[in-house]
Design a protein around this ligand. Structure first.
Ligand SMILES: *Cc1c(COP(=O)(O)O)cnc(C)c1O
Length: 371
């Protein structure tokens, strides 16, 4: 069936959607029923497999949701903070900022702790904020801030949140499946991710791992019908794999295939090693071409890296992007306000030989642009 997949015009070096294997794409070449036992069994197995990637506790459950990752973030924020609760939002990039925006739109009382985009959040500040305000019931943190590729100290934050007995929400969108992550290690109550980043599925569904005890207490709190996390969970539990509303069957089939391929690769540890090798080779190769990474190496994640744009008069991101795309690679514009950057993702169905080809293409592109 993979013969049916036409050759790609370019390789995606973006942090989502990420490139997928031919077999993941091939899983979508059939129409699948949404309500029968076969499909529901597949959904149940997928839920169990997703939980197993981050927890071995029977207390953790998975809720699948239609839509992109932001839908799952909005479903969680909008469903698990009680009407009289208050959310502490940790913001050191575009995705943390988006959580604050969601809370504002939904009329959820919240406080934002804002940092520079090149600065990890500080657990001591969170400790002080929680001590000062007992109304703060929930804390939301982005694990890998995709704006810069920076990793936040999620376990240290989780420790502070747990010590104060508050509830911890982690947006692990761009790290889940690609970095070793444990719900227990982070002391997270909710962990949010989507199909199309490190899991190497296609866009169209997302999921939330939740502690049953926490989620069970949230009935009736959701500010939205279609993004009601508790309701979606109950339907999946009671219907043994049934979704509310039309389920993205093709996307779910592709995700089940992608998770099987993650297991076959050797699990998250093996995938993490591949991504890290990709990222380190890329940083070294670009340094040799005179292009520096924005952050110091100890703050890098293997997911995506922001690089400082060259200051040649002839350089513009648009020209750079177009020239590289013509050579078969698609990258990402910068998202950092403080410095002109471009970003290159190193996740997805992407291997050492792809990075070597990319570095060749980058060298040629820079050569042409600098001329
Ligand atoms: C990609 C991403 C999101 C949002 O996902 P969409 O699929 O674009 O809605 C949220 N948080 C983080 C950290 C991300 O990397």
């Amino acid at each position: 069936m993979s013969d049916l997949v036409p050759p790609a015009p370019y390789l995606l070096l973006t942090p989502g959607p990420a490139s997928t294997s031919p077999t993941v794409k091939a899983a979508m070449l059939r129409d699948w029923c949404t309500w029968d036992r076969d499909y529901h069994d597949l959904v149940q197995q997928l839920r169990a497999d997703l939980v197993a990637l981050a927890s071995d506790s029977a207390e953790v459950t998975a809720v699948l949701l239609q839509g992109s990752g932001t839908f799952a973030v909005e479903a969680t924020v909008g469903s698990v903070v009680p009407p009289d609760g208050k959310l502490l939002v940790l913001d050191n990039g575009a995705y943390g900022r988006r959580i604050g925006e969601i809370a504002a739109r939904l009329g959820i009382v919240h406080q934002v702790l804002r940092y520079a985009e090149t600065c990890p959040v500080d657990p001591a500040d969170i400790n002080a904020a929680l001590r000062a305000d007992p109304q703060l019931s929930h804390v939301a943190l982005v694990h890998c801030e995709t704006t810069t590729g920076m990793l936040n100290p999620a376990a240290a934050v989780g420790e502070v949140v747990a010590r104060h007995g508050r509830c911890f929400i982690v947006d692990a969108m761009s790290s889940f499946g690609g970095l070793p992550l444990s719900m227990d290690g982070l002391q997270a109550d909710y962990l949010i991710a989507s199909a199309n980043k490190c899991l190497q599925g296609v866009p169209g569904c997302a999921f939330v791992l939740a502690r049953r005890g926490r989620l069970a207490a949230t009935a009736g709190w959701a500010r939205s019908l279609s993004l009601d996390l508790w309701d979606q969970w109950r339907e999946m539990e009671d219907g043994h794999g049934k979704w509310r509303y039309t389920s993205p069957t093709h996307v779910v089939r592709a995700l089940a295939q992608a998770v099987a391929e993650l297991q076959a690769e050797g699990g998250v540890t093996a995938r993490h090693a591949r991504y890290r090798a990709n990222q380190q080779r890329l940083v070294a190769g670009l340094a040799a071409l005179g292009v520096a990474a924005l952050l110091p190496p100890e703050l890098h994640s293997p997911v995506i890296t922001a690089f400082r744009e060259p200051d040649w008069p002839s350089y513009t991101f648009e020209r750079f992007y177009a020239a590289l795309k013509q050579r078969g690679f698609v990258i990402y514009p910068g998202k950092v306000s403080a410095a002109p950057t471009f970003r290159i993702g190193t996740i997805g169905h992407l291997f050492a030989e792809d990075i070597e080809r990319l570095l060749d293409a980058l060298a040629q592109t820079f050569h042409d642009l600098a001329a």
